[in-house]
Design a protein around this ligand. Structure first.
Ligand code: NAD
Ligand code: TDX
Length: 349
């Protein structure tokens, strides 16, 4: 298969691309603007493969999207490009509306034109796979799970923009017959995770001897999925999923934020003991995120029964692997911190 991956230089996109090059025969074109969150070194492990190519362009640029589709002739568009950080969406929602909604509209329209020009067999085989989040479903209380039929109730500019893009994708499927797939996934973590997100931020700040900012009282719950398991789920969906369907993807690993932070601290205490005291001494409770969703939890029984996918990495195993990776790959994240990433979000002030 020929797979065009938008956002392939990001955290999840690069995990998908590494998987496709290292474990399949598929050919991959990464289409990525390289915003602050795009990191080309995450693709270094596959950069020399003759089944991998890269184009730097914006998904809002219809001409560039059209050219990439015409020249690469994909069987699958895996659409991951997005603005992804909730705190940034609160500070500046404009880029989220532009990339996540307008950009997805451009991708859909160009994909539709391309798809209509294919012969009947290629048309039937084509898939537009939109990668989305569980945050579109809103916030849960202490009980219950999000299923594929849970009504949408997005509550941050980020989740509202992703919800809007999900609706656009389904509309292009219903109205124009474009063979679309949607996946809604829980919180990912693992190697190559951008340093502004909770888990890498805590690891890096702990190593730097800085305060570890926990929003509110740390009781908010996320369902954590190791990123390689997500990449495997995405492959299963675009290879064998039914067009028009939605699949929820989750790790079945709910943890309170404070549990995540203390788990990281204990691993570091063992692997890189401090001269004095323990890493948990650095934990600092800070002002809560505005509108902070309390709990996300995914019911992933549909993808399990229909596509035989289950997570393979437990949270305990995954967090150990992740902390170890950050200890062994300091150059990857130090380059990001040194180069062009605003450190404001790494501060507690
Ligand atoms: P990320 O922020 O790490 O990467 C996003 C990538 O998209 C970057 O490489 C960036 O350069 C690129 N990009 C941004 N705007 C672009 C534009 N206008 N044109 C072209 N490229 C652009 O994000 P991620 O965490 O890898 O998430 C990938 C996708 O998965 C997103 O759609 C996100 O909503 C979704 N998702 C993420 C999670 C998670 O836990 N990280 C969970 C569920 C769903
Ligand atoms: O410094 C912090 N302190 C803190 O307590 C940060 C950055 C976060 N948090 C909390 C907020 C959340 O409850 O930790 C939790 C995780 O925060 P993030 O890493 O920012 O992730 P989240 O807001 O849950 O969203 C992530 O998962 C769903 C991704 O960024 C989204 O793109 C994805 O859709």
């Amino acid at each position: 298969m020929r797979i065009l991956v938008t956002g392939g230089a990001g955290f999840i996109g690069s995990a998908l691309v590494r998987r496709l090059i290292e474990h399949t025969d598929h050919e991959v074109l990464v289409y990525d603007k390289l915003t602050y969150a795009g990191v080309l070194s995450s693709l270094e492990p596959v950069a020399s493969s003759n089944r991998y190519a890269f184009v730097q362009a914006d998904i809002c640029d219809a001409e560039a999207v059209s050219k990439a589709l015409r020249e690469f002739k994909p069987d699958v568009v895996a659409h991951l490009a997005a603005e992804s950080h909730v705190d940034r969406s609160i500070d500046g929602p404009g880029a989220f509306i532009q990339t996540n909604m307008v950009g997805t509209f451009v991708m859909l329209n160009q994909a539709l034109g391309y798809w209509r020009g294919l012969d009947e067999d290629a048309k039937a085989a084509f898939r537009f796979h939109h990668i989305s989040t569980d945050e579109v479903f809103g916030s849960l209380g202490e009980d219950g799970f999000f299923t594929e039929t849970t009504p949408y109730d997005p509550r941050s500019p980020y989740s509202a923009s992703k919800a809007g893009s999900d609706h656009l994708v389904r509309a292009w499927g219903h109205t124009y017959g474009l063979p679309v797939l949607v996946t809604n996934c829980s919180n990912n973590y693992g190697p190559y995770h951008f340093p502004e997100k909770l888990i890498p931020l805590i690891i890096i700040r702990a190593l730097n001897g800085e305060p570890l900012p926990v929003y509110g009282d740390g009781s908010n719950v996320r369902d954590w999925l190791f990123v390689d398991d997500h990449a495997r789920a995405l492959q299963a969906v675009f290879e064998t999923g039914t067009p028009g369907e939605t699949y929820n993807v989750g790790g079945n690993a709910e943890r309170k934020n404070i549990e995540v932070v203390t788990a990281i601290c204990s691993i570091l205490d063992r692997l890189r003991p401090k001269a004095e005291g323990q890493y948990a001494d650095q934990i600092t409770y800070v002002t809560d995120r505005p509108g902070h969703d309390h709990r996300y939890a995914i019911d992933a029984s549909k993808i399990r029964s229909d596509l035989d996918w289950i997570p393979s990495v437990t949270f305990e195993e995954g967090i150990e692997r992740t902390v170890t990776w950050y200890l062994e790959n300091q150059t990857w994240w130090q380059d990001i911190l040194d180069a062009r990433y605003s450190t404001q979000r790494l501060g507690v002030a």
